[in-house]
Design a protein around this ligand. Sequence first.
Ligand SMILES: Cc1cc2nc3c(=O)[nH]c(=O)nc-3n(C[C@H](O)[C@H](O)[C@H](O)COP(=O)(O)OP(=O)(O)OC[C@H]3O[C@@H](n4cnc5c(N)ncnc54)[C@H](O)[C@@H]3O)c2cc1C
Length: 619
Amino acid sequence: MSLYDKSIGKEARASLEFAEDSRETEWLHPSYSAMLYQGEVKWELLHPFPRQTSEDKQIGDEFLAKLREFLEKHYDADEVDKTGEIPENVLRGLADLGCFAMKIPKQYDGLGLSQVNYNRALHLTGSYCGNLTALLSAHQSIGVPQPLLMFGTTEQKNTFLPRFRKGAISAFALTEANAGSDPRAMTTAAVPTEDGSHYIINGEKLWCTNGTKADIIVVMAVTPPKIVHGKERKKITAFLVEMNTPGVEVLHRCRFMGLKALYNGVIRFTDVKIPKENMILGEGDGLRLALKTLNTGRLSIPAGVTGNSKWCMQVNRKWSNERVQWGHPIGEHETIAGKQAKIASDTFAMDAVWKLASSMADDKHFDIRLEAAVAKLFNTEAHYAILQQTLQIRGGRGFETAESLRERGEEGIAIERALRDSRVNLIFEGSSEIMHLFIAREALDFHLQHIGALFAPGLSLGGKITALLKMIKVYAAWYPKLWIPVLSSARFGMADPLNRHMKSVAQLAKKMARTLFHKMAIHQKKMAEKQLLINRFVQIGTELFIMSAACSYADSLKTNGLEGKNAVELADYYCREAKLRIDKLFRDIRSNNDKATLKLNKRFMQGEFEWLEDEIIGG
Ligand SMILES: Cc1cc2nc3c(=O)[nH]c(=O)nc-3n(C[C@H](O)[C@H](O)[C@H](O)COP(=O)(O)OP(=O)(O)OC[C@H]3O[C@@H](n4cnc5c(N)ncnc54)[C@H](O)[C@@H]3O)c2cc1C
């Protein structure tokens, strides 16, 4: 049975079904975001906001102090950007600190940091240098340590993990020239030897971060197909590959608009012989491994970009007071004021989101697949917008390099570098568009499960009637509840305005769930095609989660100490703005230009507006 309508085309359906095969189908633990799409606010999952134990906090504080001191003394982020290299002695120093073994448990000689402390470290590096954050994150969040910790055998863990405390660097190689967001297009193949003791890998990987420096990497490769639901399905498997294995070759170091010191490369594999013991998880489980790894791995970028947004706050606070134009500090002009209010409240919301999701990851009693995707989507998009506005507020100085600023006697504030470095966050580890698709699939799961049962293959007429009755029963119990107004905010246990905002979240979640249901009833399986429509639901669900996280976090700061006592003001502002955006999204769901958009794009792709490309120097 396919969840996707035939009209989307054979290839598109095959890619979606391929992704579907690797999806986690069960919800073993509760998910706040998933329940929002069903109209429910499981407030007890978010409130009170999780607090780091004092013991764990102290471990993190001590490590962060050492890391900060090392970076301040030895790491020049502008020089790294200019030369495109992180000096060897700095890499050695980072290794000595244990930066390549932060998440590795002590039993394997690692630092054994919790997810929260690990992300606190990336939050610190993120405030300072994108290159370093990408190096550490690609190594630990998606490179060898994370998948091995989650799925490695005892032998694999004993063999490989202790190497990272000594400074070994790892990477993750999935992307190929023709397989970007769509892994089904992958061609790198791992063929088992006749005796089954080894695999022979052939193929080429693109844009492998750390690939030109790494000692050992995870390689995703196509292994022999398997029969799933009576159909032959392509299978992908993860292998540990030592970079010094004969046949592994770094063909090219890729260079980018930002992250100039990223050790990113094209890697070719020619008859690379790998023992079967180097397979992680099972044959054919590679994509499942990648998706599960990313559930926690995806949290490091949101933490890093929050650190950088806080640095933007600092830059703006100083500059908008100091810079006087037209008789006033520029921060007093209303247009700049509007930008800064958004920067401050968005940064607060980002902080709430990564801290909450990281604590949930440590707790292990939550399903955070949606929270991690929302954190990646929201924090990277908000951060890029914050940098754009910070550059604008700094005016010409925002566009000038730090070196040039210094040379003419001003403070070298590298906004242009940070902007260049941040852009790729919207592309790698799941682009913003793919995050929308991912969240949408999970958001629709409740409906697809029930509708899917009705279309199960080989179901007799009797079976169909039973499935239909079951579906009617489920919806008859669920749907009327969505119309019951939320009368009281008492259960949220906070003071106004936070309580009032959470009451709105509860009300809006019901409205979102019933509107989504109505649209599902109209479009059924064709809903998967309607990205413009579904994206609006994803954006509403994202806003509702972020409002909830911000309210819970603000309440905890208010309750627990003096610092951040005015956090409520930031959460309040975020929620007010979010409600305006949500109102617009609902209006756009009701009435929009989607048909005209698609029609115009079709003409555009057919070259009907080519005349507009006149009088240019083009390709
Ligand atoms: C600096 C850098 C570092 C990287 N590091 C690594 C790494 O360490 N390991 C690794 O394996 N890969 C890495 N990548 C690859 C990265 O993950 C991919 O770039 C990303 O997956 C997108 O693939 P693509 O660039 O081929 O874009 P495409 O998949 O070709 O997509 C092009 C555009 O179309 C959109 N799009 C695609 N499909 C859909 C759809 N179904 N619906 C709507 N929109 C869609 C995309 O979001 C994007 O905007 C890196 C890339 C860069 C630039």
